[in-house]
Design a protein around this ligand. Structure first.
Ligand code: FMN
Length: 207
């Protein structure tokens, strides 16, 4: 039975794990099922279901980070490329990546049906996409994988090349890349997380 304690235990277990290998403790079928369940059960504004996921593993995953490396080399000043290149090689050394997209065609339908809320639909699209990322990240780490979340889609050509490389619909807008693999030395944070005081972050009113 689902309990709040189990939910928060899962949430606390999720971390950014960067030291990943090209192995997986679970089968590709299990990974596929986790992403299917994430996409099926995560809510979206007016149930628009605009989020799309593409799971790349093994050689296809490596191909993604070769594209990432080439794009950073092309786009960034040389010192920035030299700083980022080892990180990108770290992502490439992992087992897989989930690409998270929003389908602009689905969002356009929602805009047409609800012209009065057109201006907030881009925000809501980001919200639902983030919920998907968080749920998949939490679920994969419960199964013994480590994962970290990347945003290389700030380079327009990276997104364009991704769509071309896997022949994806041109209405899909790339939001983030969730890199995953077997943790090299257990599921450990690279640095301890600090917590700002909750009294400053949460107000409880009317009790
Ligand atoms: C919206 C969002 C964007 C993030 N973008 C990146 C990113 O581009 N690269 C990265 O390495 N980590 C990224 N992170 C991970 C955060 O830095 C990390 O979650 C935070 O420092 C807390 O550490 P933890 O994940 O280990 O709990 C992102 C996290 C969130 C929620």
């Amino acid at each position: 039975m689902a309990t709040v304690e189990n939910l928060f235990a899962a949430i606390e277990n999720r971390i950014s794990c960067y030291s990943l290998t090209n192995k997986s403790p679970i089968s590709d079928e299990r990974i596929h099922q986790i992403i299917n369940d994430t996409v099926k059960h995560t809510p979206s504004a007016s149930n628009v279901q605009s989020t799309r996921a593409v799971v790349l593993v093994k050689h296809e995953h490596e191909k993604l980070w070769d594209i990432g490396d080439a794009q950073v080399k092309k786009t960034m000043p040389e010192p920035a490329y030299h700083a980022l290149a080892p990180r990108i090689q770290g992502f490439k050394a992992a087992y897989g990546t989930v690409l998270w997209f929003e389908d602009q065609a689905a969002l356009d339908t929602l805009k047409t049906k609800n012209p009065g809320i057109q201006h907030v639909i881009p925000d809501w699209s980001q919200h639902t996409n983030g919920m998907h990322q968080f749920i998949a990240w939490t679920a994969l780490e419960l199964e013994g994988l480590g994962a970290n979340l990347q945003h290389y889609s700030f380079m327009a050509d990276f997104s364009k090349e991704v769509l071309e490389a896997w022949n994806l619909p041109r209405t899909w807008v790339l939001h983030s890349q969730l890199v995953f693999g077997q943790p090299a030395d257990g599921l450990k944070r690279s640095r301890e997380r600090t917590y700002a005081p909750l009294e400053e972050r949460v107000k409880f009113i009317g009790s």
